[in-house]
Structure formats: C-alpha cells, structure tokens
Design a binder for this molecule. Sequence first.
Ligand code: SF4
Length: 340
Amino acid sequence: MTGSAPLLEVDKLVKEYRGGRRLADRLTGRPETVVRAVTGVSLSIARGEIVGLIGESGCGKSTLGRSILRLHEPTSGRVTFDGTDVTALAAPAMKAMRRRMQIIFQDPYASLNPRRTVGEIVGLPLRLHGLARSPAEVRDLVAAMIEKVGLKSAHLDRYPHQFSGGQRQRIGIARALVSHPEFIVCDEPVSALDVSIQAQIIQLLTDLKSEMGLTYLFISHDISVIGYLSDRVAVMYLGELVEFGPVEDVLARPRHPYTQSLMSAVPEVDRPGHRHRVRLEGDLPSPLAPPPGCRFHTRCPFATDICRREAPRTETVGPGHTAACHRLSENLSLLDEEQA
Ligand code: SF4
C-alpha cells in the first residue's frame, strides 16, 4: 500500500445477470434464473498501487473488473474514482471518465478489430475523447505510444493478424494507455500468451506503471504472477472476497482455507518449510445456486455445521489484512499438514 488516499473505492458491489422468464417458465411458475456473479465486494486501491485479484476461472473476477468500469452495469453498490461516484454518472460524463479508467483484455486477438490497422485501433481513443487537434497529431501520438510498448512506428499500417500474440497484446496495451489513463483493469493480460512472452509483457506493464504513474487492478488465476507484481492481493471465491491484504502477509500466512489451497497448489511459490501440496477437490459450485452459509463449505476440509448455516463475517486478522471464515481464531492451516 502506498499510503496515499484511495484512488478507487468499491463499496458492496453486486452484479447479477437475470435470465428472464420465457412463456413456459411463466406457465409452470418456474422462477427467473439469476446468476449472482459478484456479491457485495468492497475494496480500495491507492494511487500507484497494484492490487492483484485472484481466484479460479468463473469466480467473478473479470465481472468485478468490468463492473468497476461499468462495461457491465453494476446491479447495486458504489464505485468511487478520485472522489467521483462513477456509478451515478450519466452517459456523457461516464464516457469522459473512461479516458481515465481503461482495461487491457485477456485475448489480444479477439479484442482487436481485424479490419482496422494498428494506427486506427490505437488512435481510436484519441479521436473519441478529442485528444488530438488533427489526423497528423493522432498519428504522431500513436507512433510515440507504439514505440513506448516496444513496437515500431512502421507497424502502424499493418493489421492485427500480421503480429504474434505478444505483439498483439502490446497493441492492446498501447490502445489502453494512449489516452493517458490513471487506472487500468488488467484482465488476465498474460494468460493467453506463451510463458516466455508472459515475462516480457509483465515487465512492460511494470515499466509503464512506473513511467506513467499508473494504478492497476491486476486480475489473474496465477498466484506466481500475482505474488510477483502486487502490493496487495484480494482472493475471490464464487463472487465474494474471502481474503484481502498485503501480498507478503497473504502469501506467507494465508488465513482462509481457500487461499491456502491456492497456495499449496503452486509448488514453485517460494514458501520455505512448506512444500506440501493439497489438491482442491471438486468444482466451483454454480453461481446460479451458490451453497448456503460459507460458499466454500462444499470443498473446505475444515467445514462444520455453522459453516453450512451461516455466512462468515469479514474480520481483521493483521495490519490491513482481512479474511472471512468462522474458524479464523483456530489458525487452521492446510499448509502445515503433512501429505503422504
Ligand atoms: Fe471452511 Fe467454514 Fe471457514 Fe468456510 S467458514 S472456509 S467452510 S472453515
């Protein structure tokens, strides 16, 4: 944590997707399907900070990132950015705010229009926000940004399919940064890339953060990446934050059994004295019908009756470190268990 006031505050954010009711559903009295993708998430991010958001595929982390930017409209809750309630902004003001809040997508190929040149793709935010006085200025600004992300200005007239996966992600990064935003949702930006390219893109994002004074919400299912990059880490399970705190505390002393299971599944994470692996059994339950009580109880080896009945409250377990589990006081740890 950098110690400055939060740049971004998320307060009890909820995102539900309603399936609607077909005629047959109405006739049979079947209720409308509701997917509760994000359920009351609160977190803050200081200016210049990287908060890593980790969880399994389908846990709601991408939905949370997109709801913060209102790419998906939140169902309820509030997002405050630099003192402005983003969730209350009308469309024109939200459009202006998007210059300051951007996203880098996971799939650099799907997110780039194949019929546009690199110059057109990266120049679009400049034109949308009126940030250049002439086409020549757009081209100059785009060329400068393209070189900043490690490509060449000679690439401006080429199309996305003429680039490798890593180069396409550099184009996606250039498009996100060309309007000089302050906050970026990095939505699994290296997950679709080869391991050798991942390190280059992570280094690029780290360098650009320092150079441009950026703040990141960095979404990943890879705890090694999160551990390397983040100042603080938020752990998400089935739409809820189950643990949040300084990265060195959460990774060295994970308090929630789910965080512990994520840690134990990654042998290369440096945890001297803890080399045991605990496999997370079963699949993530459906957000259509989340389990009652603690949502993790169907997979938790420490679950008791109260876990099946009551949702645990979020409690402080250390400086700036919170977790939500009924059995925190017992200091349970999967990581200390001897495995055969
Ligand atoms: Fe496991 Fe119970 Fe804690 Fe949930 S509340 S993580 S089921 S011990």
